[in-house]
Design a protein around this ligand. Structure first.
Ligand code: HEM
Length: 389
């Protein structure tokens, strides 16, 4: 057997962080599943089976023999820490707040939030940083409103979240930040226990408060707060950076509302913001007749699989906002697939065309090759995006 290669955890190429590293493309061609060493400060360097083909990723994410347990530190209330019936039970308590219908009802509120973010960019003038003034405030305001978290507290929780999700931080720092987030949310939960608000946290307390501990409620709140702002903020920034590199496609998103739907799916597919979705085999399982032993870690690469469109997808390495929406794994697949995906889609569909319409001559204020990317975080993104128009 060959010695496992070390593959960077995000699996993104240094020359183009939107693309998978060559090792992932090689693994995709290989008939045999590849075993790699994945460097992670959170778990230490660990050996994992890396899964890169579209069909294999689908199999793995749908397989109930693969567990979250072990692959992620346990956090009460965080859906990603649960499997099987316990996961289903907890997830059902939350689904009503995240339906397509609910996302549609939120549209006017999202439009208002996007409008004020655009005003702030205009006010800041040439050189304004879209990460600070556009991509981050929009999802943060929306999720705060939805959850019942005071927006005034954002600096604290944004800072803690960024450190907790930064894979370059030590495990100690990540654990410390996670504990601070639990303490913060615990105080909010206590307020909702006294007087449940008209929002997601209030609703969960009202309907299921007797079945959930304070710790679980705080965990639910944190999961939604983190997943609800960090992911969309990074996806928005990365989408803008990518479209600035493809002016003709940016123009299509700006001028033709009929491409909005396919453009958002294509950006999600192409960017694949959530880097890795680690799992651990609860029992021996098989993928394409190949054995994965009990206890082995399995890392499906969403990024690689989203570039493997099979027969119905032409030229998957090309960004094409007019491409009919493809099946992709940007929101995962199977029991753990993203609870907030309809909300995320709605925010992206409102925010991107509105930005380009307000600033039709938008350009990066720095050479595009100088933009700094977050390649070592659980969610891929851009550090800063100064623009002129
Ligand atoms: C563009 C934005 C987003 C992306 C790319 C994204 C991506 C993902 C992915 C890939 C998963 C599956 C993780 C796995 O299987 O290991 C997931 C799960 C999840 N996401 Fe999102 N997400 C986004 C936005 C949101 C938002 C806005 C919310 C909530 C308000 C949210 C809440 C969740 C939750 C609660 C889970 C766990 C579901 C479960 O384990 O059952 N996400 N997300």
């Amino acid at each position: 057997m060959t010695e496992p290669k070390t593959v960077p955890i995000g699996g993104r190429a240094a020359r183009c962080p939107f693309s998978p590293v060559d090792e992932l493309y090689d693994a995709q061609k290989d008939e045999e599943l590849s075993r790699v060493k994945v460097p992670s400060p959170m778990l230490g360097e660990f050996d994992a089976v890396v899964v890169t083909r579209y069909d294999d990723v689908k199999t793995v994410l749908a397989d109930s023999g693969l567990r979250m347990g072990g692959a992620m530190p346990y956090q009460p209330g965080n859906l990603l820490s649960y499997d099987g019936p316990e996961h289903t039970k907890l997830r059902r308590m939350l689904t009503a707040s995240f339906t397509t219908k609910r996302a549609r009802e939120l549209r006017p509120g999202i439009e208002a939030v996007v409008g004020s973010a655009l005003d702030a960019v205009e006010e800041a003038g040439q050189g304004a940083d879209l990460v600070q003034l556009f991509s981050t405030p929009i999802p943060t305001l929306v999720i705060c409103e939805l959850l019942g978290v005071p927006y005034a507290d954002r600096e604290g929780f944004q800072h803690r979240t960024a450190l907790a999700l930064d894979l370059a931080q030590s495990r100690e720092v990540q654990m410390e930040k996670a504990a601070e987030m639990m303490a913060y949310m615990g105080r909010l939960v206590a307020l909702h226990r006294e007087s449940p608000g008209d929002n997601v946290l209030g609703r969960v307390v009202r309907e299921y408060g007797d079945q959930l501990s304070d710790e679980e409620l705080a965990g639910i709140g944190n999961m939604l707060l983190i997943a609800g702002h960090e992911t969309i903020a990074n996806t928005l920034s990365a989408s803008i950076a990518l479209l600035l590199q493809h002016p003709e496609q940016l123009a299509a998103v700006r001028d033709d509302p009929s491409v909005t739907h396919s453009a958002v799916e294509e950006l999600l597919r192409y960017i694949s913001p959530a880097t890795i979705l680690p799992r651990q085999a609860a029992d021996e399982i098989c993928v394409r007749d190949q054995k994965i032993d009990k206890g082995e870690y399995v890392v499906p690469s969403v990024l690689a699989a989203n570039r493997d469109l099979g027969a119905d997808g032409q030229d998957p390495d090309r960004l094409d906002v007019r491409r009919p929406a493809q099946r992709h794994f940007a929101f995962g697949f199977g029991p753990h697939q993203c609870l907030g995906q309809q909300l995320a889609r709605m925010e992206l569909r409102v925010a991107l065309p509105a930005l380009f319409a307000r600033f039709p001559t938008l350009r990066s204020a720095v050479p595009l090759e100088e933009l700094g990317y977050r390649t070592n975080a659980l969610v891929f993104g851009v550090n800063a995006l100064p623009v002129v128009w």
